[in-house]
Design a protein around this ligand. Structure first.
Ligand SMILES: [Zn+2]
Length: 251
């Protein structure tokens, strides 16, 4: 059941036939893991909290630095020196005190990552490095949980959804398994704030669609955003039958 206050708070999305009261109830009962509370995780956490996703699991082992504030809009000047998780909890609680926030302040190893993934319905990879992305993907494939993956660096953004519950869906490793020779993070290569805001907002949107159950998710498609020219492109991505993460062991 939704309370009168909840009906009011979420009224503008309940108005949509795609969401309605049933969709809002699904959001209320949903749990999402957000890996990384930086430039991508900031809009993801803000929008999912505001939309009433009932349980947000927040994972980040870092503390807020002054250089983060240009793009990580969940944190503010008073947050500098605090853990990103504590800073995010303060802001998210101010936006929506009705949801539950589950903090993970330490780096997740293979076991704790598997447990964190098992405890939720959807995972949002908002991390900034290849090793974490690969580990999160492997945990999502093993746990059969949908993964919403976003990335942004300099003036380029990427977004895709990997859903191991679907036989036709590739996983992150199918697409990026060979690694990237430009293995740089935003702190090394630079990035503009609105671009990570855009990619993170799209990740939040894909999560709401998956959790409330409407629309067509970005599965099997890679969205490429060129912020310099404001151009969006889409590539088909196929599952790799020989993938060492999601492929059949016998190849
Ligand atoms: Zn794969």
């Amino acid at each position: 059941m939704l309370t009168d206050q909840e009906l009011l708070r979420y009224s503008r999305q309940i108005l949509l036939q795609y969401v309605d009261i049933d969709g809002q109830l699904r959001l209320k009962n949903a749990r999402a893991l957000i890996v990384g509370l930086g430039g991508l995780g900031a809009p993801v956490a803000l929008y999912l909290a505001a939309a009433g996703v009932g349980e947000l699991h927040l994972a980040d082992f870092d503390t807020v630095d002054l250089t983060n504030l240009q793009r990580q809009i969940i944190h503010d000047t008073d947050s500098v020196g605090q853990t990103k998780v504590d800073s995010a909890v303060r802001r998210l609680t101010a936006i929506n005190p009705d949801i539950s926030l589950i903090p993970h302040r330490r780096a997740l190893d293979a076991d704790s990552l598997a447990a964190a993934v098992a405890a939720v319905d959807v995972v949002l990879d908002c991390s900034d490095n290849f090793a974490t992305r690969e580990a999160v993907n492997a945990a999502c494939v093993a746990g059969a949980k949908p993964l919403i993956s976003g990335a942004a660096i300099r003036l380029e953004g990427q977004l895709s959804v990997f859903d191991p519950r679907r036989a036709d869906s590739p996983c992150y490793h199918c697409l990026y398994g060979h690694g990237s020779d430009t293995e740089l993070t935003c702190s090394e290569a630079g990035v503009v704030g609105p671009l990570v805001g855009l990619v993170g907002s799209l990740q939040a949107l894909e999560a709401l669609k998956l959790l409330a159950g409407f629309g067509e998710p970005l599965v099997g498609r890679l969205l490429l955003i060129d912020a310099l020219t404001t151009r969006f492109r889409e590539l088909r991505v196929k599952r790799d039958p020989g993938c060492s993460v999601c492929g059949t062991p016998h190849g």
